[in-house]
Design a protein around this ligand. Structure first.
Ligand code: ADP
Ligand code: MG
Length: 366
């Protein structure tokens, strides 16, 4: 089921009554989520991810715009009638019910033509439990489960009605690092197996990048960029997106474009044909540095961290906008011990330049 958002907008009155004003939580969001895909909705806390999700679910009414499931306009449809499965960060299971009863619960409330027989309900519950691999825990109470298992029950409960759309709001935040990794792979597998169009909300860029067919990056209610994870990483449209994606993060410098060359701290570090003369912010991905003793970008060496396959060089530079510059190079390259500086040339497709005021990308011929 494709999901279409058309100029979707949500304005809240300010929570601070004295200060007045209003909060534009989601601002004119237009996007068509293709059928059967997993879309990661990504951005820092407060950027409008949950509000978007709740509008799609029907729990919140948009101030403006429309929502379609397939060709159906569902904007005015109640949450119960939209056929969505919703999973929250805190699993919110019924503590006095067993796993089985928790999963069965949404089915027991079906009325009219949707009503199922006891056998059908049980069959569906077992199917959902098997999908998330908790079918051997059916008689336990939530308190007898680990966090990861509880979240699986919550996912099974969302799947049991065979929703048209699955909505997940930071479903992994309450899990420890290892479980988070494992559960995100599980969610991806389940999504692929069922083919349910899924929207996955997270503030964790790595999480979104690793499991999404497409990501949507938001900031202050406004969509910044939409695309395949790798495309957005390789081609950020502005400084915010460039900084938000990537671990370790992109390195940023003050710079200047003059006569088709990019300067950092007086040194011409790269040819940037086609870019106009101006002061810029330069973003260099950690993998964009090449060790070269005659390279134009000279940094003060602080530390070399060997990480098996790669070497991470930690250095500093006067024009760097953060205290350290982190570059990642192949472990075959040796950094001379005892040196005080380290010099680099740059891979031009890993260097992005941005207008200093607007922070929008300035394109040059690579
Ligand atoms: P996210 O999920 O990305 O952290 P939210 O969608 O929860 O962000 O919130 C977006 C913005 O809307 C925030 O500024 C938040 O304070 C505001 N907001 C969310 N819900 C309400 C509400 N019920 N009343 C007033 N403001 C709200
Ligand atoms: Mg949220």
């Amino acid at each position: 089921m494709k999901v279409v958002l058309q100029n979707l907008t949500k304005i809240f009155p300010s929570r601070n009554k004295k200060a007045g004003g209003e909060v534009v939580a989601v601002n004119d969001f237009t996007f068509e989520i293709p059928d059967g895909k997993l879309v990661g909705l990504l951005g820092p806390s407060g950027c409008g991810k949950s509000t978007t999700l709740y509008m799609i679910s029907g729990l919140q009414k948009p101030t403006g715009g429309k929502i379609f499931f397939g060709e159906d306009d569902v904007t005015e449809l109640s949450a119960e009638n939209r056929g969505v499965g919703l999973v929250f960060q805190n699993y919110a299971l019924y503590p006095h019910m067993t796993v089985k009863q928790n999963i069965l619960f949404p089915l027991e409330n079906l009325r009219g033509e949707d009503r199922l027989t006891k056998e059908e309900m049980l069959e569906r519950a077992i199917y959902a439990a098997k999908l998330v691999q908790i079918d051997d825990l059916m008689e336990r109470k939530p308190s007898e489960l680990s966090g990861g298992q509880q979240q699986r029950v919550a996912i099974a409960r969302a799947l049991v009605k065979m929703p048209r759309v699955l909505l997940l709001d930071e479903p992994l935040s309450n899990l420890d690092a290892r479980l988070r990794l494992q559960t995100r792979e599980e969610i991806r597998r389940i999504q692929k197996e069922t083919g349910i169009t899924t929207i996955f909300v997270t503030h964790d860029q790595e999480e979104a990048m690793s499991i999404s067919d497409m990501i949507v990056v938001m900031k202050l209610g406004v969509v910044q960029q939409i695309g395949k994870p790798q495309e957005v990483y390789d081609n950020p449209t502005n400084l915010f997106v460039a900084k938000f994606l990537g671990t370790p993060p992109i390195n940023v410098f003050d710079g200047e474009v003059k006569d088709g060359k990019l300067y950092i701290g007086g040194a011409a570090v790269l040819d940037v044909p086609g870019a106009d003369d101006q002061e810029v912010v330069v973003g260099i991905r950690p993998e964009g540095f090449v060790l070269d003793e005659n390279g134009p970008l000279v940094c003060n060496l602080k530390n070399v961290e060997v990480m098996g396959r790669d070497v991470s060089i930690v250095s500093g530079h006067d024009s760097s906008l953060s205290p350290i510059v982190r570059s990642i190079i192949d472990a075959d390259n040796k950094v001379a011990v005892g040196t005080e500086t380290v010099s680099f040339t740059l891979k031009s497709h890993k260097v992005f330049i941005f207008n200093k005021e607007t922070e929008e990308r300035i394109y040059f011929e690579v």
